[in-house]
Design a protein around this ligand. Sequence first.
Ligand SMILES: NC(=O)c1ccc[n+]([C@@H]2O[C@H](COP(=O)([O-])OP(=O)(O)OC[C@H]3O[C@@H](n4cnc5c(N)ncnc54)[C@H](OP(=O)(O)O)[C@@H]3O)[C@@H](O)[C@H]2O)c1
Length: 279
Amino acid sequence: MTTLVIGARGAIGRHVLDGLRAAGTPVRASVRDLAKADFGPGIDVVQADLTQPDTLPAALDGVTQVFLYAEPRGAADFGKAALVAGVERVVLLSSGSVLVPWATSNPITVEHRMTEDLLTGSGPELVPIRPLVLAGNALAWASSIRSRRTVRLVHPGSVSAPIHERDIAAVALAALSGAEPQEVSALLTGAEPLTLSDQVALIAEAVGEPITVEEIGEGLAREMFGAGESPEIVDAILHFVRRGTEEGGWFKTTTAERVLGRPPVSFASWARDHAADFR
Ligand SMILES: NC(=O)c1ccc[n+]([C@@H]2O[C@H](COP(=O)([O-])OP(=O)(O)OC[C@H]3O[C@@H](n4cnc5c(N)ncnc54)[C@H](OP(=O)(O)O)[C@@H]3O)[C@@H](O)[C@H]2O)c1
């Protein structure tokens, strides 16, 4: 009855691991590099890399449920190894973009859709969790806020309803506890529509100091994002942010509240949880 958390050091995976431990569920944590395991004593830790299929059989030995991140390059082999190991249910951190009609062809969506497709019918029951916008995206501003108390934003009026990683993990835990797949796999968002500038203001409140927003055009944003991402991914991000300025371009759902039986954690609360990252 062991549950394996693949990516247990991740922002969401760590909350999944903590939730399983708190519930007293037998749990195993995986990391790609054992030297980075930092779970404290008493945790069964294994090395597993979804892109290295030979690492999977030992990690999956005796496991009946798995939480994992989307990795299309490893999904087919993971499905086969999970079937052989007798895994019954796989809860996959996918993306809400697979449910958004105008996002279907962007490369981020394609990767998540491909992972879902490769795991569907592989043997274990697949339950995708589909958050649309992570509150944690705001951590991309941390370095500039720490050093200059300024954020450069493209389309600062772009709206989304970001969701706290803790709530995403809570929905994943509900899925691991057997909640109705139709409920937990629905489009998952936070409760409040916020512009990017609103998010910065809430971070400023949490930090206790003013933060300036500097609006930039898509050209400069392309240069800034372009340093670490492919042009296709940069296009997808800019398209997504631009849509947030348009009617019907953002989404707010009640999935979290229906699954968790409480409202999602607010962005103000997320900002307080992460204030140290921005100081
Ligand atoms: N940004 C958004 O708005 C958005 C929207 C929808 C969905 N998502 C999804 O959310 C994810 C980010 O979640 P997060 O913030 O919790 O991520 P995170 O903190 O970056 O953690 C990612 C975890 O995935 C693990 N991992 C990556 N590649 C792996 C591999 N090949 N084999 C095994 N483990 C691997 C890492 O393991 P190690 O600890 O071993 O490095 C790490 O623990 C994105 O990747 C995306 O799929 C994001």
